[in-house]
Design a protein. Structure first.
Length: 363
């Protein structure tokens, strides 16, 4: 049970592809002082050696790995169903107090404990934002399975109100829901000597992150532009390849401007990391990033490369504005510290477990 007298056990699903991995480890780190123990069950590509070392550094985390296809991948459902049986076997072995799913469809399975679904993104909202059209019929089974999972969950959380609203629009109503913004441990980041440098992070081919638009900007702005996450050079734009978390933090400490011209971003951990590092933020003008950053960033039309370049160039020339934006971003970032996220999840975990057992007792 989740109380002060005993440790709580959480079975959490995750993948090692993107921000869910960072979120999972941060949440585990934040809840370690409260006696919460996590078994993190991964699907999709297996964690790298560096990611395995990250998990091993957390005394309250045990890692179980698989390579079952994730529900947003092509033709995944046979493997998704097999993964569900694997997860249910883990639950039978571990007897967790709560099942924390960072995905959707497995919430519809029969579980021995209450189920929390956390919605980090979804195919239908991604498709609408990136392609500007509804997802094709090929995704109908995904649509149906996600809808069933959302309705089956004991509670659904999203990292922003915008993400929560789009879930209801795409999959119908589900009453037990709320928003808990993501958080980061600000001690991982620092402000170094700022250089005339623009930094970005993400997979260059990812249409949601929209970093390819920066190639045009790099040719006309006065400062060098560096992107972590992809390799290669294209004119004035240099892609730094995969960097460790520590290396990313080092670049953020040096960079004066961080740019994320996203078309789709339910929260944006990279922008939060940049804000903790004292960067001025230039972000895609989308509802979720407006919601999170309010007046602490400059917002640009992600589909207008010349406007992105002009905004960056204007900020390069205005040192006072850069300093003001960096200060606002750092102050805003403190609303998304790890401790706040951990406290809210601890309260939610406790409430879900109490409700689950009260219903069981009444039955």
């Amino acid at each position: 049970m989740l109380d002060s007298a005993a440790s709580a056990k959480i079975l959490m699903t995750a993948d090692a592809v993107g921000g869910v991995w960072t979120y999972a480890l941060e949440l585990a780190r934040g809840l370690a002082p409260h006696g919460v123990e996590f078994t993190i069950a991964t699907m999709g590509p297996r964690p790298t050696a560096a990611q395995q070392r990250q998990a091993a550094q957390l005394p309250n985390v045990s890692l179980r790995e698989s390579d079952y296809r994730l529900e947003w991948m092509d033709a995944p459902w046979r493997e998704v169903d097999a993964a569900g049986e694997w997860l249910r076997a883990l639950a039978a072995e571990l007897a967790p107090d709560l099942i924390h799913l960072n995905g959707y469809s497995h919430a519809a399975l029969r579980w021995p404990a209450p189920v929390l679904v956390v919605a980090h993104s979804c195919v239908l909202s991604w498709w609408r934002a990136v392609k500007n059209e509804p997802a094709p019929n090929d995704w109908n089974e995904y649509r149906e399975r996600v809808a069933v999972g959302l309705r089956a969950a004991d509670f659904v959380v999203a990292p922003s109100g915008s993400m929560l609203a789009t879930l209801a629009q795409n999959y119908g109503s589900f009453p037990r829901r709320g928003v808990i913004p993501n958080g980061r441990d600000e001690r991982h980041f620092w402000i170094g000597k700022k250089e005339p440098l623009i930094f970005a992070a993400g997979r260059f081919w990812d249409e949601a992150k929209n970093l390819a638009t920066l190639q045009e900007a790099a040719a006309v702005v006065d400062w060098p532009l560096r992107i972590a996450g992809s390799e290669g050079a294209a004119g004035d734009l240099v892609r730094l390849g995969f960097l460790s978390a520590e290396e990313v933090a080092g670049w953020l400490a040096r960079a004066s401007i961080f740019c994320l011209p996203a078309r789709y971003e339910p929260f944006g951990l990279s922008a939060l990391e940049a804000a903790f590092s004292g960067c001025a933020l230039v972000l895609g003008d989308i509802a979720s990033l407006r919601e999170i950053w309010q007046d602490a960033a400059l917002f640009v039309d992600p589909n207008d490369p010349p406007a992105i370049a002009a905004t960056l160039q204007g900020l390069i020339r205005d040192r006072a504005q850069r300093a003001e934006l960096a200060l606002r971003a750092r102050e805003r970032a403190r609303q998304f510290r790890l401790e706040k996220m951990a406290d809210r999840y601890l309260s939610l975990y406790s409430g879900i477990v109490r409700q689950f057992h009260s219903v069981e007792d009444a039955a």
